[in-house]
Design a protein around this ligand. Sequence first.
Ligand code: GDP
Ligand code: IMO
Ligand code: MG
Length: 426
Amino acid sequence: MKADILLGLQWGDEGKGKIVDVLTPKYDVIARFQGGPNAGHTLEFNGIKHVLHTIPSGIFHDTTVNVIGNGVVIDPVILKREIDALRKLGVDVKKRLLVSRRAHLILPTHCLLDKASEAAKGKEKIGSTLKGIGPTYMDKTGRNGLRVGDIDLPDFREKYNKLVAKHRDLLRFLNADTDPAEFEAAWFEGIETLRELTRIDSEHFVNDMLRNGKTVLAEGAQGSMLDIDFGTYPFVTSSNTMAAGACTGLGIAPSRIGNVIGIFKAYCTRVGSGPFPTELLDETGERMREEGREFGSTTGRPRRCGWLDLPALRYAITINGVTELMMMKADVLSIFDTIRVCTHYRVNGQLTDRLPYDINGVTIEPVYTDLKGWNCDLTGLTQPEDMPHELIEYIGFVERETGVPVHVVSVGPDRVQTLMRSAVWA
Ligand code: GDP
Ligand code: IMO
Ligand code: MG
């Protein structure tokens, strides 16, 4: 078998959690491959709304194994909190969750460093979720990091102390709070919870599963425009959020990748700083935020809103090799008579349909095509045949502009508010 990948094509929060939960019955394994608790993946069903940060979004199905892959960074405190919350809902996490020994650990001092680094940047701050993501990946690539497998070593505490001492030097240099003592007890409690989980060599596990004909879905976090290499650098996260990240973050060879499912909102949002060509700073943007309840799942920050950006979407489709699209939150656009879609940019007077190298310093003027809105409630729909023709035209426009079919349309946050346009998913 080949592993499928599902990932966000915009600036994160496309609705990955919801869709992974919906698709889970089709898969034997759901595996996270990058990012960490900067992610907030929301699921809704039977009146339950749940937000996951580190745990894959297949955890609510008892027939599926969930894997936290080597490319993920784990904060044991947040992981424990997630596990406790799931246990309260009756989910047997211990049975359904496996954790890679190679995944790196987020220390309390990584979070202090994240805060100090953002404070030092002042007005140029990234708008990080402050979960310690950047500093942890820096220690990983700097070859200083602590890994899940290290918790079994007799000198784990010494290794921890050594890394903390290094961090304290850095924190002093940044004139920041250097003392992680108040967070340490909770952190080591989290380590104990981690000890209770099954820790595995996930690269062997995932490849064995594929070899044995099992189906695997790799669940992305963040979105392509936040990718460390291809996002709007430096306003990005610190991992490869793109399809290639699933190869390095799980140990799957490129030849073992099957479908790449790209998900996008019918409009755009971004949380944190950085360029956003189609951002609406007016009342229209405000209405979109209210209607879409666009407030961060991890930090509660208001998300910036704007129209669909096709040059950015096409770019994301290209770098990921997307084979099919899923369009989320179509219901949110029901309030607009006219829906705008950015097809090109004007950069320094020149018309282009390509994302420029650096969109930070330059003024990008979006060029829009206006489409007629559908102006009706979509949230009760269950069959694609019942979609209003204006929505079908909107989808057709996106398909023509991107060259990729839209197989699923989401019309509300609940599992059941999902329209399957392809026999594959029906
Ligand atoms: P993720 O990070 O990609 O998993 O997305 P988030 O969970 O951070 O943000 C998506 C938000 O939109 C969540 O609050 C979801 O419950 C909600 N959502 C998902 N799909 C839809 C949809 O089709 N319509 C509406 N109105 N909300 C949706
Ligand atoms: P999910 O998986 C939206 C953004 C932050 C900030 C930048 C860097 O829920 O889609 P970091 O904490 O990684 O140092 O932040 O990336 N960001 C996200 N935005 N959704 C996410 O995850 C995000 N994870 C990070 O807001 O701009
Ligand atoms: Mg999110």
